[in-house]
Design a protein around this ligand. Structure first.
Ligand code: PLP
Length: 386
């Protein structure tokens, strides 16, 4: 007897499109038989982790045969000192991604709704849909979350609103006055998840302090990560900040040992390295300014971003542009899967030399020129891992 899995699987799972990640460097190199490919596709930190994190990882080998501390005690303790909040207001996730799913697990089921801007980080919709709930997608306005429209999309069935600030893939933010007005009119029973994966990069003076609403007693979860400015994406560590009651609930649906001991010690050590943090932010803003100059000289407009990536309209088919760039060992992200017009691509920051190589590649592709032969700068030349 042959059984069709399609008949067995939960109905709503059948409609979920899997997350489509940026292509790993090693795979592109193997596919094309090239070396020194560069990745600008996943909003990572090109400088690599803090030397303090690397030292802590090296010194952690005696922990590897044991299960990790399931409560991430020392990391939560350190975060509680940094934020002046209780340790029980923090939960550590296998990336902030896991925490998005856990919050959805807690509050969403069939018949419930969650509101999110569109386009935004695809995992919001995937996690909502996974629970059999309805994702209410509210179009962005001028590439920014339209909090007014999102407030109007809230219904009696709405349990969660996701505010991605800065938003991925646009890099734009919503401001303090906008959030204040949104929170004023939002029913108090609706949970607001502020995803602040790119928080540390933001320079804008009106960037809101989401923790303020937590302190006012609102149902708020703030998500941050060690994957971006702390350059630990491969180790999968993110954290959530909320009320003790909310965190206790999240811990009920969290699997034990969700964060490796290596991730925990690396994240802890990273928090001590303020100079790596400011260097990462500086390299990022210099890179942003470089791209803005170069791309505007090429007649291309970029969306003003507060994060470590930006959107650009290449005025040609984005997928073709990405393929052509990949032939040159340059990985950027086409925005079709995010639901943006096909000519948009998203570019994450590299080091200055990497950025220069990408601009050269873009000039070739947009000018219809063939890839230049010869060796570009090696990623190993300047990814500064001691
Ligand atoms: C807005 C946003 N939230 C969350 C994440 C997930 O990050 P993490 O590596 O912490 O799971 C990303 C990753 O790209 C992101 O862009």
């Amino acid at each position: 007897m042959s059984v069709s899995l399609k008949e067995c699987v939960k109905g709503h799972v059948d409609n979920i499109a899997p997350y489509s990640p940026g292509k790993p460097i090693e795979i592109l190199e193997q596919q094309l038989g090239i070396k020194n490919a560069l990745k600008f596709a996943s909003n990572e930190n090109p400088l690599g982790p803090s030397p303090l994190a690397i030292k802590a990882i090296r010194e952690s080998t005696h922990l590897w045969n044991r299960y990790p501390d399931s409560t991430s005690f020392f990391l939560r303790q350190r975060l509680s000192e940094q934020f002046g909040l209780s340790m029980d207001q923090f939960v550590i996730g296998n990336g902030s991604n896991e925490l998005i799913e856990l919050v959805c697990h807690l509050f969403l089921g069939p018949g419930d709704e969650a509101v999110v801007g569109h386009p935004s980080f695809p995992m919001f919709k995937i996690a909502i849909d996974l629970m059999g709930a309805k994702s209410v997608m509210v179009p962005l306005k001028d590439h920014r979350f339209d909090l007014g429209a999102m407030g109007r999309a809230v219904s009696p069935r709405t349990k969660i609103v996701f505010v991605c600030n800065p938003n991925n893939p646009t890099g734009t933010i919503v401001t303090e006055p906008e959030v204040q007005e949104f929170m004023r009119t939002l029913p108090e029973s609706v949970i607001v998840v502020f995803d602040e994966a790119y928080h540390e990069y933001v320079q804008h003076k009106q960037y809101p302090d989401s923790l303020r609403y937590l302190k006012e007693g609102r149902l708020v979860v703030t998500l941050r990560t060690f994957s971006k400015v702390y350059a630990l994406a491969g180790l999968r560590v993110g954290y959530g900040i909320s009320s003790e009651e909310m965190i206790a609930l999240i811990n009920r649906v969290r699997m034990p040992f969700n964060v490796s001991c290596v991730g925990q010690v690396a994240a802890l050590a990273s928090l001590d390295d303020k100079s790596q943090l400011s260097r990462s932010v500086k390299v990022n803003s210099e890179g942003m300014a470089f791209f803005e100059r170069e791309l505007s000289a090429m007649g291309l407009g970029t969306v003003k971003s507060e994060a470590n990536f930006f959107l650009v309209d290449l005025k040609m088919d984005g997928r073709t542009a990405c393929d052509e760039l990949e032939r040159r060992g340059l990985i950027v992200r086409s925005m079709g899967p995010f639901g943006l017009p096909g000519s948009f691509v998203r570019i994450a920051m590299g080091t200055q030399r990497e950025n220069e190589r990408l601009v050269e590649g873009l000039k070739e592709v947009l000018g219809g020129r063939k890839p230049k032969k010869g060796k570009g700068p090696s990623r190993k030349d300047h990814v500064e891992i001691p």
